[in-house]
Each structure stands twice: as structure tokens, then as C-alpha cells.
Design a protein around this ligand. Structure first.
Ligand code: C5P
Length: 216
């Protein structure tokens, strides 16, 4: 079997991580959530209360543990759940637009995918992090569906939210991510678009498994 990398990009809450995890499980590949890395730096930014992003990335001790799902350690502390909270979500697109942050994380992500066999989800994986990925997916869904899914997700995680604010947040983050100067959210030319509105998790997962099977 060939070793391949799969890039899954798309706007906020389009179901990328749920699907990426299942595809990775199916092929026994490693799942990498790049959004969690931006969220961890954002938490550090909040803790340090500093706009000096060069200094922040120099000081940060970020550990990504890729065993049985991804865990994130920030300066020795497991912040995997903490980085999903609203204060981080509100600020993450701002922090992710900063050049030192992107340069630092893209390099880390490229190292993680170096051995291949990685399913990586994010905003710029197919365009910038892994431009040579063998399979690139661009996943979209209507804002209503994305807000509903995020609402259920948050409920499971014990995070309070309401649909209208989720919609506003999703649209605001998409605008920010699509319009930033450095590697904005955009479909890679060679990516395959999948609109997941109205599709079940299994339907989307199976579609990607079929596409990947052709490359293996
Ligand atoms: O995927 P998730 O919603 O957790 O990502 C949080 C934020 O991190 C995104 O809204 C985006 O601003 C940033 N991000 C990014 N590039 C990536 C992954 C995430 O800019 N590859």
C-alpha cells in the first residue's frame, strides 16, 4: 500500500475534524488537527497578554501528542479541552493571521506529516502546509447546518452556546480567515469540493475513503 497524505480544508465547523478522524481510523493513519495548534497559541496569547508574536512563538512550549487522538500540551499542561472554550474561539482567527504564528506552526505541521500517512485538517493544509498531498478535500456546508452541528458538539463538551451567536461567530471567523493576507482560506486548485449539507457522517466518510482508495 502506498503511503499518502490527505488534506482536509474548509470553513469553520464544516465537520472536518469528525470526518478526518474517521478516515484516519479506517486507514490506520495519523490524524492531525491544525486548528488545535492555532488555538493553543491563542490560549498562550491570552495568558501572556502580549502582542509581541515573535516573542510568543519563541517562548511557547507546544507539544502535540498523536496517540489515540490528538492531545495538546501547552507549557507542560494538557489544554486539549480548555482550547475549545469561547474566549479562545473568539480570538483565534486574529492570532492565526499573524506571520510569526503561521511560520512557526506550518513548520511544525510539516514535520508531523513528514513520514506520510497523515490526515490533516485545517484551512491552508492543501495550499500551504502540504501542497503535495495526494488527496485534497475542500469541505463546505451551509451556515445553519454548521451552527447546529457546533451547538451539539458544544453540548457534548459541556460548553454553553446558542445557535444565533454560533452563526455569527462562524461567519465572522470565515470572513477573517478568507481575507487575511497570509495563506487565507481558499480551495486548492486540485482539491475536490464536498458539500456536506444534508449528508450523514458515514456518507461523507465513505466518499473520502473511496477517493483515497484510488491513491493507495
Ligand atoms: O479548526 P478550528 O475551527 O479549530 O480552527 C480555529 C481557527 O484557527 C480558524 O478559525 C482559523 O482562524 C485558524 N486556523 C488556521 N489555519 C489552519 C487551521 C486553523 O488559520 N490550518
Amino acid at each position: 500500500m502506498n503511503k499518502i497524505n490527505i488534506a482536509i480544508d474548509g470553513p469553520a465547523a464544516a465537520g472536518k475534524s469528525t470526518i478526518a478522524k474517521l478516515v484516519a481510523q479506517h486507514f490506520n493513519m495519523i490524524y492531525v488537527d491544525t486548528g488545535a495548534m492555532y488555538r493553543a497559541i491563542t490560549l498562550f496569547y491570552i495568558q501572556e497578554n502580549s502582542e509581541d508574536f515573535d516573542e510568543l512563538v519563541k517562548k511557547i512550549n507546544l507539544e502535540i501528542i498523536l496517540k489515540d487522538g490528538q492531545r495538546v500540551n501547552l507549557n507542560g499542561e494538557d489544554v486539549t479541552e480548555r482550547i475549545r472554550e469561547n474566549d479562545v474561539t473568539e480570538k483565534v482567527s486574529y492570532v492565526a493571521s499573524k506571520e510569526p504564528v503561521r511560520t512557526f506552526l506550518v513548520e511544525e505541521q510539516q514535520k508531523l506529516a513528514n513520514q506520510k500517512n497523515v490526515v490533516m485538517d485545517g484551512r491552508d493544509v492543501g495550499t500551504t502546509v502540504l501542497p503535495d498531498a495526494e488527496l485534497k478535500i475542500y469541505m463546505i456546508a451551509s451556515v445553519e447546518e454548521r451552527a447546529n452541528r457546533r451547538f451539539k458538539d458544544n453540548e457534548l463538551r459541556g460548553i454553553k452556546s446558542d445557535i444565533e451567536s454560533l452563526k455569527t461567530d462562524i461567519e465572522r471567523r470565515d470572513q477573517y480567515d478568507m481575507n487575511r493576507e497570509i495563506s487565507p482560506l481558499v480551495k486548492a486548485e486540485d482539491a475536490i469540493s464536498i458539500d456536506t449539507t444534508g449528508l450523514s457522517i458515514d456518507e461523507v466518510t465513505n466518499k473520502i475513503i473511496e477517493l483515497a482508495n484510488v491513491k493507495l
